[in-house]
Design a protein around this ligand. Structure first.
Ligand code: 5GP
Ligand code: MG
Ligand code: MG
Length: 179
């Protein structure tokens, strides 16, 4: 269903990016990736939960053989951690020598990706790039080269198409922004 606005918990959201525009931008990223990774059998690592819908539509548009696996990032809270680095959960593949493409829902400050990249590089992949559905360039606090962003947005809080507000809204077909 498509709605001009939705209420989730205590907040109201208005339609921001309609499904057809999302799918068009996903198609463009998939075309670039298919071209750049032809013959390389890339391994996509999709970050749960937020990227599940983007990952699904992106994979359907890939026209060169590729693999996908799903990871989760957990903040660890032991005494030795800084409290900022998030541990990678669920990565069972050996990524040594592989071409890795991280699939993210959104890059906001960039802290998450900035913490994830060195952890993956430590495992000896041939290359690591990032494909993200959304990026907020005004919020970015790290010098990150995000090679495959589908769409850039202003610094608004958004939900839908996989992105949640306190657990709800992931199932919406369109992307909404908080009013
Ligand atoms: P970063 O580490 O780049 O600041 O942000 C990463 C995470 O913050 C995202 O993966 C996402 O879970 C959350 N996030 C940042 N901006 C938004 C937003 O506008 N909407 C939602 N639903 N989550 C966001
Ligand atoms: Mg995310
Ligand atoms: Mg969330």
């Amino acid at each position: 269903m498509h709605h001009p606005s939705v209420t989730i918990h205590d907040k109201q959201f208005s339609l921001y990016i309609p499904e057809r525009k999302i799918l068009h931008s996903v198609e463009i990223v998939a075309t670039r990736l298919s071209h750049d990774y032809r013959g390389k059998r890339p391994l996509f690592l999709s970050v749960l939960n937020g990227a599940f819908m983007f990952a699904s539509d992106l994979m359907k548009e890939m026209s060169t053989p590729c693999e996908i696996s799903f990871i989760r990032l957990a903040s660890y809270s032991d005494m030795h951690s800084t409290g900022k680095v998030k541990e990678i959960m669920g990565l069972n593949e050996d990524i040594r020598g592989r071409h890795i493409i991280i699939i993210e829902d959104i890059v906001d400050t960039g802290h998450t990706i900035a913490g994830l990249l060195p952890q993956l590089r430590q495992k000896g992949p041939a290359s690591v790039e990032v494909a993200t559905l959304l990026i907020k360039p005004e919020s970015l606090q790290h010098n990150l080269a995000i090679k495959y962003p589908a769409m850039s947005i202003a610094n608004d809080f958004v939900v839908g198409y996989g992105l949640d507000y306190n657990g709800l809204g992931r199932n919406l077909r369109d992307i909404y922004k908080v009013i």
